[in-house]
Structure formats: C-alpha cells, structure tokens
Ligand binder design. Structure first.
Ligand code: FAD
Length: 321
C-alpha cells in the first residue's frame, strides 16, 4: 500500500493533495498496490480523491491537528505509518511538506527523497527523479531499503482522473500534545490576494530588465490577461522593487507551472533552479545570448517595453474570441 499525506486548509483539500494522490497512484500501479490517502483534519471534499485513485481516505480527527505544526503532523503521520506498514509514503514538497517530512523521516527511520519530479519502479525498488546541483542535473535515485518517503515537487505531477470511488473513514491517533512545542498563533494573508507562485498554473516573472518598480504595470497587465501570478528574480527583490514572497529560485520559491514567462531575466543558474521544470517557458529578453534562451520553449528577442503591450493586447484578443 502507498500512503499519501494530504495538505488541506479550512476543511478542504489543497491542489497539492490531488497532485500527491495522482503521483502515488502512478507508483501504486507500477507496484500493483493500492493508494490510501490521509488528511490531518476532516475535509468536506475528501471523497473526491476516489476519482484520482485513492481506494480509502483516512481523516484524522485529533483537535491538536486542527492547526498545522511540524511536531504534531510528524507524530500523527508516524502513528498512521506504524498502523498501516506502507511500501512507500508520498506527500507534497509544499511549504508544509518540506517542513514536516524530514522530522517524519527521522521519526520512522526511513529514507526521504525530496522534491521528486518523476517516479518509476526498477524490479520492486522505488526510483525517484530529483533535481540536484540547483537543478543543473536530474538524478534517478533508487531506494534499496523496504520503505521510503517521497516528497513530490508541486505541479510536477498533475491530478489525473482515473475513475473510481473511495471509502472515507474518520479516526484519531495517539498523540502526545506536550511534545508539540511550536504552534501557529496567527496567520496573515499576503497582500494582493493572488495565488502563491508555487500553486499558480501560470507565472509571469520579471527581472532587472524592467528597469524599475514603476514599470511593473506592464507585468501586471500581462499577468492579468493570462490569469497568472507574479514572480520575480532575486535582483529585483534585493533592490526592494518586489516583495520577497515573489522570488523564484534557489533562495526563493521553486515553481513548476504549465507556463512560465520570464521577462528581462538573464537566466542565472540560481534563478533557473527555481523554474527549470516549468512545462512551457517563454523568455522575453533584448539580449539574444541571454542564458534564459537555452531553456526557453519560445523566445522573444526584443525590448520588453515594446513587446509586453503588444503581447498583452494579442492575448486579450484571443481570450475574448
Ligand atoms: C547564493 C545565491 C543565491 C541566489 N538565489 C537567487 C534566486 O533564488 N533567484 C534569483 O533570481 N537569483 C538568485 N541569485 C542571483 C542570481 O545570480 C542573479 O544575480 C539574478 O537572478 C539576476 O537577476 P536578473 O535576471 O533580474 O538580472 P540580470 O542578470 O541583471 O538580467 C537582466 C536581464 O534583463 C535583460 N534586459 C535588460 N533590459 C531589457 C529590456 N528593455 N527588455 C528585455 N530584456 C532586457 C538583460 O539582457 C538581462 O538578461 C542568487 C545568487 C547567489 C550568489
């Protein structure tokens, strides 16, 4: 059996949970086994995981899990693992997954393969494709032990409907609340109400080529026409032109959207580390030799100040047809 720990918020599954269940289903088919999904709180849409291949959904009801905490989630997940003896555990390499997976790995003494972008099986051994050296190299890692934890890069696995229904049960696990030493006391929504870049299907990112923060209206217009979230290079975040939560890259966020538009971004290795697994990359840069073009699916060599208004206008036209 493959166990999947699902991200949720406000009693609903997060998109990353659906991606994790689909990734787990892909692996389960290769291992001829079933997928069991686990939610840390009760979710009104838990039953929808059946269509993605989960045979069963276990919802945890402990009040201590109502708010996320890495110690609480790791404890609870370890208990579920102990009770089910899965062949593998899958979760999203979301901010939450990145936070509690290492603690869980230490707790259950299992290898953790982080940020996987593909999975396969060699004999009966689980293999995971992972970016290393800041995304410069992709490496297939083979698990030699009997059990492993796999965190999947957000957006690397798309939710795939395979049909089927699921049995949803609710239960509590034994938790030692005194061991949950760090608690979330307040959550603040980031301004703008835009989907976070790590969850967005389309991201428009811009860099120093935009010359100054006063020109971001061009980026906002393009993003709006595409229904995209806005990202940024570190150079413009360091310059104070854009907020840090928009930074994409090695020291920012890792994104893998269907479409990534890089405007006035040179394509330094540290930026590429955060976006190289995007499905389609469009680069707009006035320097034909900019490294970003080596990676781009489509490249526009030109001045962003001339290209952006025209591109936005054309997209608006196509969308209104
Ligand atoms: C330890 C470390 C970690 C780092 N982490 C990150 C990270 O997480 N994310 C990140 O992004 N960077 C990171 N960096 C910084 C990285 O090395 C680059 O300095 C940075 O990505 C450059 O940002 P940029 O592409 O916006 O600027 P530049 O490299 O200055 O590129 C600007 C580009 O705009 C183009 N341009 C100029 N004018 C126009 C115009 N009118 N129209 C179109 N194009 C134009 C230029 O041709 C150029 O290619 C890190 C660096 C280090 C050392």
């Amino acid at each position: 059996m493959i166990l999947v720990f699902c991200d949720s918020k406000g009693g609903k599954l997060k998109p990353s949970a659906r991606e994790a269940v689909s990734g787990a289903h892909k692996l389960a088919q290769m291992l001829s086994t079933d997928v069991v999904a686990v939610t840390f709180t009760e979710c009104s849409d838990a039953a929808t995981l059946g269509a993605l291949g989960a045979k069963k959904v276990i919802q945890l009801t402990n009040p201590e899990l109502a708010q996320y905490s890495s110690e609480g989630y790791a404890q609870a997940a370890a208990e579920v693992i102990k009770a089910n003896s899965p062949q593998a555990v899958v979760l999203s390499a979301s901010a939450q997954g990145k936070d509690f997976a290492p603690r869980l790995s230490a707790r259950v003494n299992a290898p953790l393969l982080t940020d996987c972008t593909d999975l396969k099986v060699d004999g009966n051994a689980v293999c995971a494709l992972r970016p290393i050296y800041a995304g410069k190299v992709l490496l297939w890692a083979k698990v030699t032990g009997p059990f492993c934890i796999l965190s999947l890069r957000p957006k690397a696995f798309l939710p795939v409907e395979v049909g089927g229904s699921t049995e949803v049960t609710s239960t509590s696990v034994a938790l030692d609340a005194s061991k949950i030493r760090a608690k979330i006391v307040e959550e603040k929504m980031q301004e703008g109400g835009m989907v976070d870049v790590t969850e967005a299907d389309v991201v428009v990112s811009a860099g120093r080529g935009m010359k100054g923060p006063e020109n971001w209206n061009l980026i906002e217009d393009l993003a709006k026409s595409l229904g995209a979230s806005i990202g940024a290079s570190r150079a413009v975040v360091d310059a104070g032109w854009r907020p840090h939560h928009e930074q994409v890259g090695q020291t920012g966020k890792v994104v893998a959207p269907s479409l990534y538009v890089a405007v006035g971004i040179s394509g330094a290795i540290q930026h590429v580390a955060g976006m190289s697994t995007s499905r389609t990359i469009v680069a707009i840069n006035k320097d034909a030799d900019a490294p970003i073009f080596k990676l781009a699916t489509y490249g526009i060599v030109g001045d962003a100040f001339e290209v952006l208004p025209k591109l936005t206008e054309e997209i608006k036209k196509v969308k209104s047809e």
